[in-house]
Write a protein that binds this ligand. Structure first.
Ligand SMILES: [Mg+2]
Length: 302
């Protein structure tokens, strides 16, 4: 199979799989996860706030918003106006698990106000994986587009720097890069947006295990916590499965950490390195094959 298509599929499936694996542990501490589930290494029926609402292998708002991004590409690349319409359509379906910032910001979009909310949550970082796929060969355009797509909902330096970091690592992964050099390059890439966030990213280079990273950054909803932790899960592990099990058992915002980790790691390793029992059983797998193919076509075959 085409190497790039494998990587696109890896990232798109990776995001949805990470979301679904992390869904049952969202907002539990790592100790509570151990008590309720042991170690999460497969899709589980949720015994948290999603109990009785979502089934094993089902994803949440993170993947919904990635789908909205994927549907917003046309012949000339990512189109922010289409994205606004996709977000509004999604919002009107009363989605389960929508974050409070996204909710407020989309209500503003419905009224024609595109200024977003001053929120430092990770609601944009979790969805921007496909921008890293499409603009992997043009970091200037990657930056411009990611900022544009983030500000619509999460208009704060931290949230923008966080989204840029995830998109950057997806692009690096497409380019086959996974090293301390990428950490340094990412830190430079976002320096003009948020120096604090840039320093956080740089500190990943001094850590030696994901566990150390989760203790250091924490794993909460705030982008300054869960985003460097998810990126550490990628940089400090050696396979898609190893890093994924680590992030979804970390506690805190585990579905978003699984999503961000999955988007980056899936782009690096490709779909063939994602365990089959996850790719075969994720909800809506046909849609993810279709959306991967569409993005690949728009990038390479049109
Ligand atoms: Mg979620």
């Amino acid at each position: 199979m085409d190497k790039m298509l494998e990587k696109f599929q890896g990232s798109i499936f990776g995001l949805a799989i990470g979301d679904a694996l992390g869904m049952p542990s969202e907002w539990l501490t790592s100790e509570e996860i151990k008590e309720k589930y042991g170690v999460i290494d497969d899709f589980l029926e949720p015994r948290n706030k999603f109990e009785g609402i979502l089934k094993a292998g089902t994803y949440t708002d993170d993947t919904d918003q990635m789908i909205a991004i994927l549907k917003s590409f046309d012949d000339s690349g990512f189109n922010n106006e289409i994205f606004i319409q996709e977000l509004i359509k999604w919002y009107k379906r009363n989605p389960i698990g929508i974050g409070s910032t996204s909710k407020k910001a989309i209500q503003k979009l419905i009224e024609g106000d595109k200024t977003g909310c001053n929120s430092s949550s990770s609601g944009s970082a979790m969805r921007v994986g496909p921008l890293g796929l499409y603009y992997y060969d043009n970091y200037g355009k990657l930056k411009e587009t990611t900022i544009e797509a983030t500000k619509l909902t999460h208009n704060s330096p931290e949230a923008i720097a966080a989204a840029l970091s995830v998109a950057f690592f997806v692009a690096e992964s497409i380019n086959g890069e996974k090293s301390e050099k990428s950490v340094e390059k990412c830190s430079k890439f976002i320096e003009d947006i948020s120096l604090t966030f840039s320093e956080k990213i740089m500190s990943i280079a001094n850590l030696s295990s994901p566990k150390e990273a989760y203790d250091f950054f924490k794993t909460g909803l705030d982008a300054t916590e869960c985003v460097p932790s998810a990126i550490s899960g990628f940089v400090l592990t050696n396979s898609f499965k190893e890093g994924m099990i680590s992030v979804v058992n970390a506690g805190g915002d585990t579905d978003s950490m699984g999503s961000m980790y999955g988007a980056i790691s899936g782009a690096y390793y490709g779909i063939k390195d994602i365990p089959n029992n996850w790719t075969f059983r994720i909800k809506d797998k046909e849609l993810f094959y279709e959306l991967s193919k569409k993005l690949h076509h728009l990038k390479f075959e049109k």
